[in-house]
Design a binder for this molecule. Structure first.
Ligand SMILES: Cc1ncc(COP(=O)(O)O)c(C=O)c1O
Length: 422
């Protein structure tokens, strides 16, 4: 394959034949081989092992053991958290919990961070950050009387630059929170460099890694990250609404306090005492009863990532996104598309976004020819390779079908986009 011409289908087949991860595809439920599923960055495919794991849990543990099952389940959020940490986050044990949702974990950790920086009045985020992060910050800052500053993505590649961040950092900043990979552009931030800059001003750094985890090699411990959150249902293949995760660096674990003091964070949980005494360690961040069924799916999803190795996964994501960029340039650019995602593979995650004036109608039309990507209003289409489940030839076929739709004008005959279609 070369940079200037589109790879042909045989190139994609050769990449699949040489792919060290090719065996993993058969570990997923694939209901329709003709569908090019390029939306694993939104909802990953179902691992067959999750079907078995949940059935086993239901029959033998819940069905068989009833309430005695809690002797094994009680620490499951910590065990699965440790697995996520070692498989995908570069995090040593005792710093990750698999709990709740990304949104609620984000609220909990932002508030804990702000409590640890009393007297500072500014929170910094990114104008293009994922909506839930921006909305939650608005609420926190309103309630606490803090100033919320949004940095603009000024790189032309949908990412905040180090210079833009520096321009808003001063000694009044308590917390900076950004996404590792931007949900729209797919741009990858310099987590280590930006965390260092944030620390030089005495602030804490919280990273949302939802679009990075399972596609990009993360080194949260080595990069000096303070806090992070993310989901498990994208490249983690853990299922719709599966428990999310939170990461608290070891140096903060016993110092920070989240606002919801639930009974799972109580030192003597079953003493049922009159007032809250926080448990030591990461357990001090757990609010409530863990959702064991969902956690089994997370265990299977991240168990696959651990077996495959995040290095091999990230290498495939880089190669597949390079193929998407070549196909975009050769086929889609002449038909009115413009690439949004950075061209440098070291500056992007596992998805590629392109702009088209009728992106919503194009997204609808793509589903009629069995290509599933997603639409981001008003004018962008996102497509991804989820390295364990997606074949190179699936990417190639998907792009060929998008090219044919655009060339034929079929997208113009599609219904206008619905805001509920993802
Ligand atoms: C970057 C990012 N943050 C947060 C969320 C919200 O996740 P949840 O609905 O699990 O809270 C998402 C969901 O896609 C996301 O992409």
């Amino acid at each position: 394959m070369h940079d200037t011409a589109a790879p042909n289908r045989a190139d994609a087949e050769a990449l699949d034949a040489a792919d060290p991860l090719r065996g993993f595809r058969d570990e997923f439920v694939v209901a329709d081989e003709e569908t090019c599923y390029l939306d694993g960055n939104s909802l990953g495919r179902l691992p067959r092992a999750s079907l078995r794991a949940v059935a086993d849990l239901m029959e033998h543990e819940w069905g068989g053991n009833l309430v005695a099952g809690w002797s094994g389940w009680i620490d499951e959020a910590q065990h699965v958290g440790d697995l996520i940490g070692r498989a995908a986050l570069g995090a040593a044990a005792g710093q990750v919990l698999a709990v709740d949702t990304t949104s609620s974990n984000f609220y909990q950790l932002c508030t804990a961070a702000l409590r640890a920086r009393p007297g500072r009045g500014t929170v910094v985020s990114d104008a293009a950050n994922f909506p839930t992060d921006r909305y939650i910050l608005e609420g926190i800052c309103r309630d606490r009387g803090l100033r919320l500053v949004f940095v603009d993505d000024d790189s032309g590649e949908g990412a905040v630059t180090g210079d833009a961040l520096e321009s808003v950092l001063d000694d009044d900043v308590a917390l900076v929170t950004l996404s590792v990979v931007q949900y729209r552009s797919g741009a990858l931030h310099d987590v280590a460099g930006m965390t260092g800059a944030i620390h030089r001003h005495g602030a804490l750094a919280l990273w949302d890694a939802s679009h990075a985890v399972g596609a990009v090699p993360l080194e949260l411990d080595r990069w000096g990250v303070d806090l992070a959150v993310g989901c498990t249902y994208k490249y983690g293949n853990s299922g719709p609404g599966a428990p999310a995760w939170l990461y608290v660096a070891a140096r903060h674990v016993d110092a920070l306090q989240v606002p919801i003091q639930g009974w799972f964070a109580q030192a003597d949980q079953f003493g049922m005492g009159p007032s809250f005494e926080r448990a030591p360690g990461i357990r001090g961040f757990q609010v409530a009863t863990p959702p064991i069924i969902g956690l089994r799916c997370v265990r299977e999803g991240f168990g696959m990532i651990e077996r495959a190795g995040i290095g091999a996964i990230a290498a495939k994501a880089a190669r597949a996104t390079a193929m998407m960029v070549s196909l975009h340039d050769a086929w889609l650019a002449p038909l009115g598309c413009t690439l949004v995602t950075p061209r440098d593979p070291s500056r992007r995650g596992g998805h590629v976004t392109f702009h088209h004036a009728q992106a919503g109608q194009l997204s609808r039309a793509m589903r009629t020819v069995k290509v599933v990507g997603d639409y981001r209003a008003p004018d962008q289409v996102r497509v991804a390779c989820s390295p364990l489940a997606t074949r190179y030839v699936e990417v190639w076929d998907g792009f060929a079908r998008i090219r044919d739709l655009l060339a034929d004008g079929a997208h113009l005959r599609a219904a206008p986009p619905s805001s509920r279609v993802t």
